[in-house]
Design a protein around this ligand. Structure first.
Ligand code: BJ8
Length: 427
C-alpha cells in the first residue's frame, strides 16, 4: 500500500485540476465509500482489490494513464456504452468513462444548463467546470453521442471546454439505421487515427476485441454466480465491479474479476452468501449509476434485501453481449462491432421492447422477489419507458416499485421508507 502515501498533487496540478476543490472531493469520497461498503458483513475477500482501486482511483490509475500518454498512447473519454472501446484500444487508446455520480459545482452548472437537467449530465458538467476530474483532464479526445436530448445539447457546451467528437446514433434499429451507424463507426476511426497518428490494423482490432470480450466474459461469469440463493456477493459489490470496469486497466481487471469469481463459486458450492436467510432478492433496472452513486443499492440493502441483478448500463447492458470474434478481415470485424453496439437496448431508442423483455427474462432467471425501477429525475427516455416496464412486470406477476430520484442525499429517508414498505409487501 506504499502507493497510497504518494503525493499526487504535482501530477494533478500538471493536469490543470483545481487543487483545493479536488482535495475537498477526495476527502468526501472515502466517507461515502466507507458508509456504503465497509460496514457490510460477509464480503468476499477478493473485494479488497476494489477497495484498493477506489482508494487510488485519482492516484495510481491516473499515473498509469499519464505514463501511457508519455509513452505515445492516448486517453479517450466517453459518456455512453455505444462508444466502441475495441476501436479506441486498437488505436493505442485507453478508454475512460466520464459519467459522474455526485453533485458538484451545481451553481456553475445551472448558469449554463437548466435546473431540470438529469443529475448525470449536471454532475459530469460540474466535474468538468469545477476541474476536479483527472480522467476528464487527461483526455486527448472525448467521444459524445446523440442519445438523449440532454446529452446531445450539453455536448455543444462541453465542446467549448474539451476536444470532442460526437457520433450520430440512430434512434431506431432498421437496416438504414444500421448503415448510418456503420458509417459513424468509420467516422470515429478516422478521428481516432488523426488523434493517435496511427492506422487501424486487423491484428490490433482482433486483439482489442478479444481483450474487451474477455472483460465482458469475466463480468458475465461473476454475475452468473448471483443466480445462487443466497447470492455470494452483495449488489453493491457487484455494482462496484461494473463501475470500475469503465476505468481500470482491461487485462488486470479481467484477471482480478476472475479471481473474485473463483471465490464466489466456492461460496456458492458451500451454500454461503450475503444477506439474512430468506432476504428478498431484487432486480434493479433503469438509468446508469456512476461512481460514487451507490445510493439506491445502499438503501435497498440496508433495508434488508439483496440486489441480485442490474439491468443497467452499469450492469447487464454493459457485459451481456459480445462482439463476434469470427470475422478475419477488417470490414467483417467492423460489421461485428456495428451489430454488437446497435444491439444495446437504451431507452433513447424507439421502440425499445427488447429492454422490457430483458428485464422480465432476467427477473425470472435470477428468481427475484421484486423489481425496483430506478430512474433519474428529468430523464425523459427512462422515466417514460418506466410505464412500459411497470406494465410488463405486472403482467408477469412480479411486484415492482418505481423510484425517481437524483444524487442528493436529501430523499434517502423517504426512499428507505418506500423500499421498506415494498419489501414488507413482497416478504
Ligand atoms: S446507452 S442509458 S449510457 S445514453 S440519465 S444522460 S439518458 S437524461 S445515460 Fe445512457 Fe448511453 Fe443510454 Fe446507457 Fe440522458 Fe437519461 Fe440523463 Fe442518461
Amino acid at each position: 500500500m506504499s502507493e497510497a502515501a504518494t503525493d499526487y498533487h504535482p501530477m494533478w496540478g500538471s493536469l490543470g485540476l483545481d487543487l483545493p476543490a479536488h482535495d475537498a472531493l477526495l476527502a468526501a469520497i472515502p466517507v461515502m465509500y466507507a458508509d456504503a461498503y465497509l460496514g457490510q458483513t460477509g464480503r468476499p475477500e477478493g473485494m479488497s482489490y476494489f477497495d484498493f482501486v477506489l482508494s487510488e482511483i485519482h492516484g495510481l490509475r491516473i499515473k498509469e494513464l499519464v505514463d501511457h500518454k508519455t509513452a505515445g498512447g492516448t486517453v479517450i473519454g466517453s459518456f455512453c456504452l455505444y462508444v466502441p472501446e475495441e476501436i479506441i484500444r486498437a488505436l493505442g487508446g485507453q478508454c475512460v468513462g466520464l459519467c459522474a455520480g455526485a453533485e458538484w459545482a451545481y451553481g456553475e452548472v445551472e448558469r449554463i444548463l437548466p435546473q431540470n437537467t438529469c443529475a448525470l449530465i449536471k454532475s459530469a458538467m460540474g466535474f468538468k467546470l469545477g476541474k476536479v476530474c483527472p480522467y476528464a483532464e487527461a483526455c486527448d479526445l472525448v467521444v459524445g453521442e446523440t442519445t438523449c436530448d440532454g446529452k446531445k445539447k450539453a455536448y455543444e457546451l462541453l465542446a467549448e471546454l474539451t476536444p470532442l467528437h460526437v457520433m450520430e446514433l440512430p434512434q431506431m434499429k432498421r437496416a438504414e439505421d444500421r448503415a448510418l451507424w456503420r458509417a459513424e463507426i468509420e467516422r470515429l476511426i478516422a478521428k481516432l487515427e488523426e488523434v493517435s497518428r496511427r492506422k487501424l490494423t486487423t491484428e490490433a482490432l482482433a486483439a482489442a476485441t478479444r481483450e474487451v470480450n474477455d472483460k465482458r466474459r469475466a463480468l458475465q461469469r461473476l454475475n452468473a454466480a448471483r443466480k445462487a440463493s443466497p447470492s455470494p456477493i452483495s449488489g453493491k459489490d457487484a455494482l462496484l465491479a461494473v463501475q470500475v470496469a469503465f476505468y481500470d486497466d482491461v487485462p488486470r481487471f479481467t484477471t482480478m474479476v476472475g479471481k473474485i469469481t473463483d471465490e464466489l463459486e466456492a461460496r456458492v458450492a458451500a451454500g454461503e452468501g450475503v444477506g439474512a436467510p430468506g432476504a428478498p432478492r431484487i432486480l434493479v433496472t433503469g438509468t446508469p449509476m456512476a461512481i460514487p452513486n451507490w445510493k439506491m443499492h445502499d438503501v435497498i440493502e440496508k433495508a434488508g434485501a439483496v440486489v441480485v441483478m442490474e439491468e443497467l448500463c452499469t450492469g447487464s447492458r454493459y457485459y451481456s453481449k459480445l462482439v463476434d470474434e469470427t470475422p478475419a478481415d477488417l470490414a467483417g470485424m467492423l460489421d461485428a462491432i456495428t451489430d454488437k453496439y446497435l444491439d444495446i437496448n437504451c431507452a433513447c431508442f424507439t421502440p425499445n421492447s427488447a429492454r422490457i423483455d430483458d428485464v422480465i427474462r432476467l427477473a425470472r432467471e435470477y428468481k427475484v422477489d421484486g423489481i425496483i425501477q430506478y430512474d433519474l429525475q428529468f430523464c425523459g427516455p427512462y422515466q417514460i419507458e418506466a410505464t412500459l416496464v411497470t406494465r410488463a412486470a405486472q403482467d408477469a406477476g412480479i411486484p415492482v416499485l418505481r423510484i425517481d430520484t437524483d444524487y442528493s442525499p436529501g430523499d434517502i429517508g423517504q426512499l428507505s421508507t418506500r423500499v421498506e414498505a415494498f419489501l414488507e409487501m413482497i416478504g
